[in-house]
Design a protein around this ligand. Structure first.
Ligand code: ZN
Length: 457
């Protein structure tokens, strides 16, 4: 059963006169060594996974307090008096690290020296959906783990590496590749890949996709969503799509349904952040996500700092266990997520049921209480609306901005309004505005719900 998920291809052999079993070159060997361990560690129980994480965390903290001035006092502040005393219970007292702290700390967060085996420093800038960009230093080792997690995702989803891979994303000018890129290079020989910019217009993206007809398509959730709508509107579809891979945005709730219905393809989602890269991958067997605990310690916390129980939504707080260049320990990433029950698949990796969004995406009721709106994806199927965004303007008024080929009839408006009142479970007043497109800042994540109401975040 598990074996069916392995790629059909054997690794690429680096040795002359040897094809099988293959022996790749150095980096390929490291990647396979990591996959072998991931294969085992994913099945450990939660307690064992946590034990492994804390072993690595003690090494990181020891390095951080000695090398990064920012952390000099953190152990004392958390009332942890020896590395052995660093446990899940005492770590709960470790101060949280905000984006503002990172900006204020500047060079004090950087390690003066780094273990030489971790390789050189790589800088990443994050745009983030709010506020000033944060620049994060990481090591070549951190980048290696990122690639290893990408490889893991391909294994999990059973991708056939010999087929064509397409991506619509920003951040590179490489237009086409002989292979699937650096994550697999040197370990597997893959089919070709093609790349298109995220800023191309939708029609051009769709035509490109039909021309290329890749087996796999990677893009932001909302771009995939728009492409499927375009496909349905044109009555045409790209041939041969086997799976869609979404990243960056929280995918629209009806993306999976649409992808199955219109293209007959499943969607596999990745939760990532510029500061860390991959944080969680969709379970191969379910729609929820598994935190990538071999690389990050991901906590979901209540406002009082205690851990959320399954079914609760809290702040996502991340520790990168392998960034020795600029240690990020208990970094508040700005997203909110819902904790899930342990997964039926048997993997011990913690479950994130869904990413809820950021605090500015919480709705506010008439009494000023904030809550996460649950947006019913099924209510749109019988309407001409292809894309929508809710903007809460006051405590009682929500504007529904929508894209559609025509205006809504008053009967449709009344139907949608009734549906929204029952979905939101609050008697908001809804107004409707048809727009040509739903604009967002370049690089910013698309959000289905935005609140413009001031109040406690
Ligand atoms: Zn699972």
């Amino acid at each position: 059963m598990e074996a069916e998920r392995r790629p059909a291809q054997a690794p690429a052999s680096h040795l002359a006169h040897l094809t099988l079993p293959a022996i790749p070159a150095g980096r390929g060997q490291t990647m396979l060594a990591l996959q072998f361990q991931f294969d085992r560690s994913q099945w450990l129980d939660r307690a064992s996974i946590l034990d492994h994480q804390f072993e690595q965390l003690r090494v990181l903290v020891d390095h951080a307090r000695a090398q990064a001035p920012f952390y000099r006092d953190h152990m004392r502040r958390a009332q942890i008096f020896s590395l052995g005393g660093l446990t899940p219970a005492s770590f709960a007292r470790w101060p949280l690290l905000s984006r503002r702290d990172v900006l204020a700390a500047g060079a004090a967060l950087l390690a003066r020296t780094m273990p030489s085996a971790h390789g050189g420093i790589i800088w990443n800038a994050t745009t983030g959906s709010t506020g000033q960009p944060v620049r994060v230093a990481n090591s070549a080792l951190g980048a290696l783990f990122q690639d290893a997690l990408v490889m893991r995702s391909h294994f999990w989803y059973g991708l056939d590496l010999s087929l064509k891979f397409a991506a619509i994303r920003s951040g590179t000018d490489e237009a086409a590749g002989a292979d699937w890129g650096p994550a697999l290079r040197g370990t597997f020989e893959t089919g070709p890949s093609v790349l298109l910019g995220l800023s191309e217009d939708l029609g051009a993206q769709f035509e490109w996709l039909c021309r290329e007809s890749p087996a796999y398509l990677l893009s932001r959730g909302h771009t995939l969503h728009a492409l499927i709508h375009e496909s349905r509107a044109r009555g045409a579809r790209p041939e041969g799509i086997k799976a869609l891979l979404s990243f960056a945005d929280r995918p629209p709730d009806d993306l999976r349904m649409l992808a199955r219905e219109v293209w007959g393809a499943p969607v596999f989602d990745t939760y990532s952040a510029g500061e860390f890269g991959v944080l969680a991958l969709q379970c191969p067997d379910h729609e929820h996500l598994h935190a990538q605990s071999e690389h990050v310690l991901l906590e979901i916390l209540r406002e009082d700092g205690s851990a959320c129980a399954p079914g609760e939504i809290g702040r996502v707080v991340v520790t990168d266990l392998h960034n020795f260049a600029m240690p990020l320990i208990r970094y508040v990433i700005g997203d909110y997520a819902e904790v899930g029950e342990p997964c039926q698949c048997g993997r011990g990796l913690p479950v994130i049921r869904r990413i809820a969004g950021r605090s500015s995406h919480m709705a506010v009721d008439v009494n000023g209480r904030r809550f996460w709106p649950l947006l019913n994806p099924f209510m749109w199927a019988s309407t001409p609306i292809t894309q929508r965004q809710f903007v809460q303007l006051t405590r009682t008024h929500i504007e529904v901005r929508f894209v559609a080929p025509r205006d809504l009839t008053s009967a449709e408006e009344a139907d949608i309004r009734a549906g929204l009142i029952s979905t939101f479970r609050h008697p908001f007043e809804f107004s409707f505005v048809r727009v040509d497109e739903i604009a967002r800042a370049p690089g910013a994540k698309f959000e289905e719900f935005i609140s413009r109401v001031d109040g406690p975040a």
